[in-house]
Each structure stands twice: as structure tokens, then as C-alpha cells.
Design a protein around this ligand. Structure first.
Ligand code: PEP
Length: 250
């Protein structure tokens, strides 16, 4: 099955609205008329500015987190319908920084992923192993636990709407990149897990690779059979670098 490649820019806690606007001024003119799907994931503070800035383009915008409830006494949180109301298209869920630094659990994600889908948002679910888990040959066990628990409450008929980013934690922001063999094996393993849920839907799910993707390694990683795009952190902060990664997928 042919899947439309997807390139997502995870800006983390960088770029306020003014600097986001400068990025868009440089990046949007480089966006090809058709080709890969492009999603920018700014901080909450810059979401509206980026949504408005991308309104006349085909670039989509996703938040970096979301609560599973619609409203309530949850200081500092944002709900699915709030993201929809401001015009967001998707939401990154389960990024390793949220899991490791902010205590996000697979139980939380099992509630967040279906809520995002119900709201009409595309969930970009991040999964991946630590360096010690890889050394202990636990990569597949970690991926099985994360993928199967985080998607447990998603109806089979909605699986194809989920995007999964395989992000080995040891490769995020470190300059280390998974070898094409490691990235390809993990992506194929994730697709097999999805096949165990629903063989037909599994073929349609986009599986991204994330972890120090740069213009220099993008072509090789994006060429892998089960890799349908990339979630890019550091290199997505520079419009020229992100444009070069988009071009590698075009
Ligand atoms: C990320 O933030 O998800 C990421 C992959 O970061 P980097 O590209 O900087 O490793």
C-alpha cells in the first residue's frame, strides 16, 4: 500500500510567536505544492500564531500534548476540544520527554489517544526504548508494551488515523541516529504489532522515525520500507534544514 509520507517538526519549548512567524516567512515559500504531508508542532503559546500563519498553505499544525478530559480543575492542561476550537489538526502524544520528565504513563496515553481521535485530531503517538533497554535486548518488549497499551482503547476501524513515531530515546537530541537497519527493524516490528490488531488497517498506518534526523541522513532513513516519514526536533528549528528534509521525502 502506498502511504503519504509525513514530516513533523517538533519545536519543543522553542520559538515564541514572533520567532515562529519568522520561521514561517522563510519556510512556507519552500513547501512543494503536493507531496509529503507537513505538520508543525509548536508550543501552546505559539499554536494560534502558527495556525493563522499556515492558514493559506497546506501545512498542518499539531499541539505537543493534551489532557484526556474535556474540562476540569487541571491547572496548566489543555483539552481536545480547545485544540479543535483554535484550529489544530493533531497532537503529539507520549513524547519521551513527557514520559520521562513529566510522568506520562501508558495508562494516560490509553485515554489520550482515543480522546484525540474522537475530537477529530490526528494523534502522533511516540514510542521508543532507552539506551539501556536496547542494550538489554528489550527493544521489542518495550515497543509491544507501549504500542499495544497506548492503542488499547482505539477501535480497529480508527487505527489507520493514528500516526506512530518510533523514537529511540538514545537518539533524541543526541546527534546519534539509529542505523537504517535499526530504524527499519523497529518500524517493521511496530507494523507487525498493528497487524495483530487489524491486518488491513495496519498497512495504512504511517510510522515515522525520529531521532537526530538531519538533511544529511534523511534520504536514507526516509527510503526504508516501513518508515513513512520523520518526526524532527533540532533540525526542524532551521527553515532551510527542515525544507531540505521535506525535499528528501518528496
Ligand atoms: C524529537 O524531539 O522528537 C526529536 C526526534 O528530536 P531530535 O530530532 O532533535 O533528535
Amino acid at each position: 500500500m502506498s502511504r503519504v509520507p509525513l514530516l513533523a517538526a517538533n519545536w519543543k519549548m522553542f520559538k515564541g510567536p514572533a520567532s515562529a512567524g519568522e520561521f514561517l516567512d522563510a519556510f512556507l515559500p519552500t513547501v512543494p505544492e503536493d507531496g509529503p504531508e507537513i505538520v508543525i508542532c509548536p508550543s501552546f503559546a505559539s499554536l494560534t500564531a502558527v495556525i493563522e500563519g499556515c492558514a493559506e498553505s497546506r501545512v498542518e499544525v499539531a499541539a505537543q500534548n493534551m489532557h484526556f478530559d474535556e474540562e476540569g480543575p487541571f491547572t496548566g492542561e489543555v483539552s481536545p476540544s480547545m485544540l479543535v476550537e483554535i484550529g489544530a489538526d493533531g497532537v503529539v502524544l507520549g513524547h519521551s520527554e513527557r514520559r520521562a520528565l513529566f510522568g506520562e504513563t501508558d495508562e494516560d496515553l490509553a485515554r489520550k489517544v482515543p480522546r484525540a481521535l474522537e475530537a477529530g485530531l490526528t494523534p502522533l503517538l511516540c514510542v521508543g526504548e532507552t539506551e539501556s533497554e536496547r542494550r538489554a535486548s528489550d527493544t521489542e518488549a518495550v515497543l509491544s508494551r507501549q504500542v499495544l497499551s497506548d492503542l488499547a482503547e482505539v477501535h480497529d476501524s480508527d487505527l489507520a488515523r493514528v500516526v506512530i513515531a518510533y523514537e529511540p530515546i538514545w537518539a533524541i537530541g543526541t546527534g546519534l541516529t539509529a542505523t537504517p537497519e535499526q530504524a527499519g527493524e523497529a518500524a517493521s516490528f511496530i507494523r507487525d504489532l498493528l497487524r495483530s490488531r487489524d491486518p488491513g488497517q495496519a498497512e495504512a498506518v504511517r510510522i515515522l522515525y525520529g531521532g537526530s534526523v538531519k538533511p544529511a541522513n534523511a534520504t536514507e532513513l526516509l527510503g526504508l520500507d516501513d518508515v513513512d516519514g520523520a518526526l524532527v526536533g533540532g533540525a526542524s528549528l532551521e527553515p532551510g534544514d527542515f525544507a531540505a528534509i521535506v525535499a528528501a521525502a518528496s
